[in-house]
Design a protein around this ligand. Structure first.
Ligand SMILES: [Fe+2]
Length: 267
């Protein structure tokens, strides 16, 4: 299990830079179209895949190359982040990640808010299958209020960066008592052009069985949704829990930047 927070949070510097010149296409127009792009995804297929495998990948990129480049460009701007983690220092792998500060970049906020209701429906069906009484509220806003009440108020969306030789050990992203059971990742770099290697890894551990792993190659802008901690698996006598962990295989060349969207906030 991954220790949630960077012990050495750095203070976000509010810079005195001149305002950014507008980019084309503007993030505002991209923003308004993001909800419209999430809606027509084949959610039936995504849900089926989540039930069958504990993960699901969009059939096409959701973020445009321009949006991906915009997010990659944010990485250098420390004022946008609340903390940075050198993964090697904590033996999490080799690479670095940074948690966004509030307010989140509009694209990240919209993605988080837009994907949540669909995933909450799956989360609730999973809870029911596993005989749990808890249910997740239908909107991110209400869910975040519950997180805050439990002392989890720091935003968890993050950018991760790996250079050649970098990797991410198998882990689970848990940040406190409250955990939403699904999260998503979007690779912002171009596989084969910006980097090679660096597949997304998922390992499932069913009780009394050997672990099963999958390596998933993600194209720029595609989104993978996956289990945070455990998922229901149908057995002979109803559903049981299978634990899942995720990571990233070693980068063979280049630089890979990705966006991680976790729905529960951190202590
Ligand atoms: Fe993670």
């Amino acid at each position: 299990m991954r220790a949630a927070e960077a012990p050495r949070a750095f203070v976000a510097r509010r810079s005195s830079r001149a305002p950014r010149a507008p980019r084309a296409p503007s993030s505002e127009s991209a923003r308004s179209s993001l909800a419209a792009r999430l809606e027509p995804l084949d959610w039936d297929a995504l849900e089926r895949s989540l039930w069958e495998r504990g993960w699901a990948k969009t059939e096409r990129p959701v973020l445009t190359p321009d949006e991906c480049a915009e997010l990659v460009a944010l990485y250098a701007d420390d004022a946008r982040f609340r903390s940075r983690v050198d993964m090697e220092r904590f033996r999490f792998g080799v690479g670095e990640y940074k948690y966004f500060a509030d307010p989140l970049p509009p694209l990240v906020q919209d993605l988080r808010e837009g994907a949540y209701p669909r995933l909450a429906a799956v989360a609730n069906a999973w809870a029911k299958a596993l005989g749990e009484r808890r249910r997740f509220p239908p909107t991110l806003r209400v869910f975040q209020a519950a997180c805050r009440k439990a002392g989890q108020a720091k935003p968890t969306p993050l950018l991760l960066r790996y250079e050649i030789g970098g990797y991410n050990c198998l882990h689970q992203d848990l940040y406190g008592e409250i955990a939403f059971p699904l999260q998503l990742t979007c690779v912002l770099s171009r596989r084969g052009a910006d980097y090679t290697g660096g597949d997304f890894l998922l390992v499932e551990q069913r009780p009394r069985q050997q672990s099963r792993g999958e390596a998933i190659a993600l194209e720029q802008g595609e989104i993978i949704i996956f289990t945070v901690r455990e998922r229901p698996v149908k057995g002979a006598r109803g559903y049981y829990r299978a634990a899942m962990r995720h990571g990233v295989s070693r980068l063979l060349s280049g630089t890979r930047t990705s966006l991680g969207v976790i729905f529960h906030d951190a202590r």
